[in-house]
Write a protein that binds this ligand. Structure first.
Ligand code: LLP
Length: 385
């Protein structure tokens, strides 16, 4: 993976940049396809994790659809050749323009997060003389035991429709002629390591599916969202996520009626481990009792550590020193939270050393900022270097 030739070529490229190992992505997708039996499951890639065209090309070639959360993500998916019938559109606040655009693009389904949204989609569909497929994004009030900023399915979160409102919505739907209810949708959060959380979700999904069936509507699918975690601590050893355990939870616990399918929306687990942030040491310094490595990448290129206090493994790719030191690895920005890792043991590091920050393929580039008028970060790939 990271042999000397690759590291030598890194030395010649302007840093910082993202480096994507396309072999890792392909292997991940192959494994996914084996585990996600297509008779039961349909996989949508949560494009918010990474919108890179080269990654999307591989993802599309594996027959995966798209979960979009903005009109521009829908547009990007269509531009990249995804079939409109494979695109679902979620999001707690969709604009009229985004709804109109998605209706005209004939996407497969809107995942609706409020009663008002359903009414607006009905009105816009009526004007366009079409019927739109919707799924109800329900908030089941389940604690996902992940970081609070990426928890989405509890009653404290803004996401979804209160699950207790399903009966009222079923009655309302009778009066909405341009809406076709085809699914129910859940997403409890991201990086969920405790799979018991998914068991709980299955129980609620089954009860709701049955209730809607008894009401006279046979849904086409149950969408269980994303959340499959990756191993940030051991990214080299465990670079393939635990797809089999994840899919087995749903295979075992979801009761499907007639020809129903389980939709999943995976983001992080598909692209997380194929991406790395490569950065150069600008300076090292000692200040009071701390040793600092100051990189040319910062929270503008990878905001996860600053935003969620999340751990990304870091290594010095070029140091040949045998002595080790404890460092705080920080970025160059005028923000005190611009820190990647504190107090980590690294080989003695010096100006111009090249650093690797692991597991940055998901929510890295897509969350990058141009604060401080930073340059847009470039990407390189294992098939070119
Ligand atoms: N479906 C919905 C409705 C979502 O909101 C998300 C992620 C996914 C699927 C994909 O979830 P995944 O498979 O990636 O867990 N920026 C944060 C993560 C935010 C996730 C937002 N929603 C991070 O860097 O950890």
């Amino acid at each position: 993976m990271f042999n000397n030739d690759i590291i030598d070529s890194f030395k010649t490229i302007d840093t910082p940049f993202y480096y994507y190992d396309l072999n890792i992505l392909s292997e991940t997708l192959e494994k996914l396809i084996i585990e996600a039996n297509s008779k039961i499951f349909k996989v949508h890639y949560a494009i918010k994790a990474n919108t890179n065209s080269k990654l999307l090309y591989l993802i599309r070639n594996h027959g995966i659809g798209i979960d979009a959360v903005s009109g521009n993500e829908v547009k990007k998916a269509i531009e990249e050749g995804f079939d409109n019938k494979d695109i679902v559109f979620a999001g707690v606040g969709k604009t009229d323009k985004e709804i109109e655009y998605s209706i005209n693009s004939k996407i497969s389904c809107f995942n609706c997060e409020s009663i008002q949204e359903i009414q607006v989609i009905n009105d816009i569909s009526k004007k366009s003389l079409v019927t739109s497929n919707i799924a109800l994004r329900l908030n089941p009030n389940i604690e996902s035991k992940t970081h609070k900023n990426i928890t989405t399915g509890t009653k404290k979160n803004k996401f979804g429709i209160d699950i207790n409102d399903v009966d009222d919505i079923l009655i309302l739907l009778k009066s909405l002629d341009n809406i076709n209810l085809v699914g129910i949708h859940f997403h409890l959060g991201s990086q969920i390591t405790n799979f018991k959380v998914f068991d709980k979700l299955c129980k609620i999904a089954n009860t709701t599916n049955k209730k809607i069936f008894d009401y006279g509507i046979l849904l086409n699918h149950i969408n269980v969202g994303g959340g499959l975690p990756i191993d940030y601590n051991n990214p080299e050893k465990n670079y393939i996520p635990n797809f089999s355990e994840y899919f087995n939870v749903y295979k075992k616990n979801i009761i499907l009626l007639k020809n129903q399918k389980i939709y999943v929306e995976l983001g992080r687990s598909l692209v997380g481990q194929c991406g790395n942030l490569i950065s150069r040491v600008l300076f090292t310094k000692k200040s009071y009792d701390k040793n600092y490595v100051i990189l040319d990448a910062g929270m503008t290129e990878l905001i996860r550590p600053a935003l969620y206090n999340s751990y990304h493994k870091i290594s010095n790719l070029t140091s040949i020193e045998s002595t080790f030191k404890k460092y705080d690895v920080v970025g160059p920005l005028c923000e005190s939270s611009d820190i990647f890792l504190k107090n980590i043991k690294l080989p003695f590091s010096k100006r111009n050393d090249i650093f690797r920050i692991y597991s940055c393929g998901a929510y890295g580039k897509t969350m990058s900022l141009n604060y401080n008028l930073r340059n847009t970060i470039k990407s390189y790939y294992s098939d070119i270097i």
